[in-house]
Design a protein around this ligand. Structure first.
Ligand SMILES: Nc1ncnc2c1ncn2[C@@H]1O[C@H](COP(=O)(O)OP(=O)(O)OP(=O)(O)O)[C@@H](O)[C@H]1O
Ligand SMILES: O=P(O)(O)OC[C@H]1O[C@H](OP(=O)(O)OP(=O)(O)O)[C@H](O)[C@@H]1O
Ligand SMILES: [Mg+2]
Length: 294
């Protein structure tokens, strides 16, 4: 059977989270960091550890079948991820690696809107996204390609402004810059090529996607259990927002009471538990959920 090849970032902001997601999906790999291709111990899967810049092209060219990469890298290297003709398709958004690609301007220079960028040099590691954006807004500015430490370029005279990734904004702030326009909201995405996979690979990918969905769903979900008088079931159900119909089970020791179990698709806060107690519930337990298959 042909292995499903998965590319993830070798070392960087996404590496640990990608590995942890795959582990939670039941894939086990050798931990040796220097092994750049490793076969999963228990599934027909091969893991490729590579620079994140290369993942979009590897997936497009069929070097690997699927990959996890920031949407920012995908848009830069392949572009138009939303177009149906795109050779690389986003098949899941994974909810980590959240950041945005933004234009930033020196705090010491007055900023008068997008027009301020006209005729200016903008340093960036994302020249394709930037140029597409500037063109769509009819702004004539020069994208100066820089591979890293972009935030330093205005203060050393290499550029007038920058276009780079922002998360907390601390890097911009400590380099005398302020975020002025967001061009792209990004997060880690699972991608696949448009090329047809062998049927066994496709089958395994379907199973893997079900596991990823189950893991992502479980991530924010909780299981809540409590005992309550039968007379309070309706009131208690009102305080279980976003939950499927709770399971109500008789208690063998007390016929006036029942056990209520429910899955909450969100965090259950102390206030909700306090409300449940006021409504007559006791022994209220909230447990994390590890996996879900719907
Ligand atoms: N400050 C941030 N907060 C959250 N996510 C971020 C942040 N900066 C980058 N990312 C996301 O993490 C991805 C990887 O970032 P990282 O800095 O590790 O990349 P890199 O230096 O290009 O790594 P590589 O050596 O693989 O080329 C980015 O493409 C982006 O999607
Ligand atoms: O808004 P902040 O929370 O300060 O994050 C933004 C910084 O994070 C990323 O760099 P990273 O730290 O990954 O370093 P690198 O660019 O050298 O990989 C990005 O390129 C910014 O420089
Ligand atoms: Mg990179």
């Amino acid at each position: 059977m042909k292995n499903l090849r998965i590319a993830i970032q070798k070392s960087g902001r996404l590496s640990e989270k990608c590995l942890s997601l795959l582990n939670r999906c039941g894939l086990q790999f050798d931990n040796r960091k220097r092994t750049l291709i490793s076969r999963a111990k228990n599934h027909p899967v091969e893991l490729m550890l590579v620079r994140d810049d290369d993942i979009p092209h590897y997936v497009r060219d069929g070097v690997c079948d699927i990959g996890i990469v920031g949407l920012n890298e995908l848009e830069e290297k392949i572009g138009c991820s939303k177009s149906p003709d795109n050779p690389v398709k986003v098949i899941r958004s994974l909810g980590f690696g959240s950041c945005r690609l933004s234009l930033a301007w020196p705090k010491s220079v007055p900023f008068e809107g997008l027009e301020s960028f006209s005729g200016k040099r903008i340093a960036t590691s994302y020249p394709n996204i930037l140029e597409r954006y500037l063109e769509s807004k009819s702004i004539a500015a020069e994208a100066v390609e820089i591979s890293g430490s972009v935030e330093v370029t205005p203060s050393i005279g290499v550029a007038d402004a920058i276009c780079d990734l922002v998360s907390t904004g601390a890097t911009l702030d400590s380099n005398g810059l302020k975020e002025v326009i967001t061009i792209l909201e990004s997060e880690a995405v699972l991608v696949r090529s448009n090329q047809t996979l062998e049927s066994e690979q496709e089958d395994f990918l379907t199973r893997l996607l079900q596991r990823i969905d189950g893991t992502l769903l479980a991530q924010n979900a909780n299981y809540i259990m409590m005992n309550a008088p039968k007379s309070s079931i309706d009131e208690i159900a009102q305080y279980l927002p976003g939950m499927e119909t709770p399971t109500v089970v008789p208690l063998s020791t007390d016929s006036s009471k029942v056990a209520i179990h429910a899955v909450a698709q969100e965090d259950v806060v102390w206030e909700t538990m306090e409300q449940l107690k006021r409504a007559g519930a006791s022994s209220i337990l909230v447990l994390p959920i590890e996996k879900i298959i719907e």
